[in-house]
Design a protein around this ligand. Structure first.
Ligand code: C2O
Ligand code: CU
Ligand code: CU
Length: 487
């Protein structure tokens, strides 16, 4: 059970709230048991009820894919086409965005911009061929605060052509929730004050849809651990006590295997990290995994609990930690065009509520009220709209360096649709280990340079993945080519 004390609900209250409620009934459908090489899926967003705190806890009303939290794990094969039917059983429009997948613009799931929204009762078929193996995820791009915040998210794993040599391939989908004292999702989505600050950070974190207990490990095994942060706003900094995890991929893209700085894994909303860990603890031992991102609010996320079995092998597996590379086009840095983006807005400090800047004007035609954030002085708000004018048009086929400067007092995981970019520099210093990403976390005042080849035509969103920030203006559109290749 992991309850964080920055919201009015303690672990005991959460458990107590459940005591009088429904005796555990099976509300989850049995796992659909897709074959590993399945390329056809159907997922159905709708309402459901789940026991986030385990069988004895209260049932929480959620919005979920196939009634499951997280949504079904979709496993595709690199270079093999996928056909995914989405049948909307919500009472409002939705879409699905395949976060991090390099796909045709028409399959990107941005309502108004790349497709019409999927109306209640209607279906939409997504078809694409993932070029890259790795850890990705999917989520709605409509009414994002509520749809993501009420539970619509799932992992999308693209399998390597040749299996990677590990003993186990584990997935931890980490999700932050704000629950009230009845164990229900708290109302108040889109609170202006929060939107100008850190966004809607919750009070309960689940691992694969459950408040986590211990994770069973066997001494001597080599584990690939895929971490996915599907939270609306919570940034995590994970430490694996007594272990030395190696980062082998970031946002699905392989990097040079390396240990994180200070043993701390920073995982902002929408970010993924693949780890390889050689389980060197003693049989029967237990090691906590702590998230200490927020000052004074560190908590134990889970623990690695070793079985008493004899070690699987005496010394760590003698196989490379390096994942096979993906076919990413290498940007030509010397001849790249440059684009400078300034991230602006929000409150200027963590405490002064009254120095909020007067709201910046949202672009004409955009919905929502006053914007709180902007990029280069303009604010696109909401989820995506018909006729969103692009900020710039990037020459198709050219290499581009995008320099993002955080002029705010807040952290922003900045995400670009449709591309993986090379992370070149942070505050003037070259970023080591050949890192690619689709979402890069900027601390206050950070300047980060990324580069990519604009080989994929279309209108592509670039936004902060703290959902409140996106909704309140920290979003723009980059057009590649004529922007019209949407088939
Ligand atoms: Cu996962 Cu527009 O984002
Ligand atoms: Cu995306
Ligand atoms: Cu942000």
């Amino acid at each position: 059970m992991t309850v964080i004390s920055n919201f009015a609900l303690s672990r005991r209250e959460f458990l107590r709230a459940g005591a009088g409620l429904v005796a555990a009934t099976a509300v989850l459908k049995p796992p659909p048991g897709f074959a590993a090489d399945a390329v056809e899926y159907k997922i159905t967003p709708g309402s459901g009820q789940v026991a986030l705190g385990g069988k004895k806890g209260p049932l929480t009303d959620v919005w979920a894919y196939d009634g499951r939290i997280p949504g079904p794990e979709i496993r595709l094969r690199q270079g093999r086409s996928a056909h995914i039917v989405v049948e909307n059983r919500l009472e409002e429009d939705t879409t699905v965005h395949w976060h991090g997948i390099r796909l045709p613009n028409a399959m990107d799931g941005v309502p108004g911009l790349t497709q019409p929204p999927i109306k209640p009762g209607e279906s939409f078929v997504y078809e694409f061929t993932p070029p890259d193996a790795g850890t990705f995820w999917y989520h709605p791009h409509a009414d994002s605060l509520q749809q993501l915040g009420r539970g619509l998210a799932g992992a999308l794993i693209v399998e390597e052509a040749e299996p990677v040599h590990v003993d186990r391939d584990l997935l931890w989908v980490l999700t932050d929730w704000r629950l009230n004292s009845e164990g229900q999702i708290a109302s108040g989505f889109g609170n202006r004050m929060e939107a100008a600050m850190s966004g809607r950070v919750g009070n309960v974190v689940t691992l694969n849809g459950k408040v986590p207990g211990d994770q069973s490990m066997r001494a001597g095994e080599r584990v690939r651990l895929r971490l996915v942060n599907t939270s609306l706003a919570r940034i995590m900094a994970l430490k694996f006590e007594g272990h030395s995890p190696f980062i082998v991929a970031i946002d699905g893209q392989p990097c040079d295997p390396h240990e994180p700085d200070g043993g701390r894994l920073l995982l902002g909303p929408a970010m993924r990290i693949d780890l390889i860990i050689d389980m060197q603890g003693a049989p029967g031992s237990r090691h906590v995994v702590v998230d200490d991102y927020y000052d004074g609010l560190s908590y134990e996320l889970t623990a690695l609990a070793y079985t008493t079995q004899t070690p699987l092998r005496k010394s760590p597996l003698d196989a490379s930690l390096r994942l096979p590379g993906n076919p990413l086009p290498e940007p030509d840095i010397r001849n790249a065009e440059r684009l400078e983006l300034a991230l602006q807005g929000g409150m200027m400090s963590h405490t002064a509520a009254d120095d909020m800047k007067p709201g910046m004007q949202a672009m004409p035609g955009m919905t929502a009220g006053r914007a709180l954030w902007s990029i280069n002085g303009t604010s696109m708000t909401g989820d995506g709209h018909a006729g969103m004018p692009p900020l710039v048009t990037l020459a198709q086929g050219r290499s581009h360096i995008v320099s993002m400067r955080n002029d705010t007092a807040w952290w922003h995981p900045m995400h670009l649709h449709g591309f993986s970019f090379r992370v070149l520099k942070r505050n003037g210093v070259a970023v080591p280990h050949n890192q690619w990403a689709d979402t890069v976390l900027l601390a206050p005042r950070d300047v980060v340079e990324v580069a990519f080849v604009a080989d994929n035509p279309g209108d592509w969103m670039l936004h902060c993945h703290v959902t409140d920030h996106q909704m309140a203006g920290l979003m723009t559109v980059l057009r590649v080519g004529n922007g019209r290749n949407k088939t």
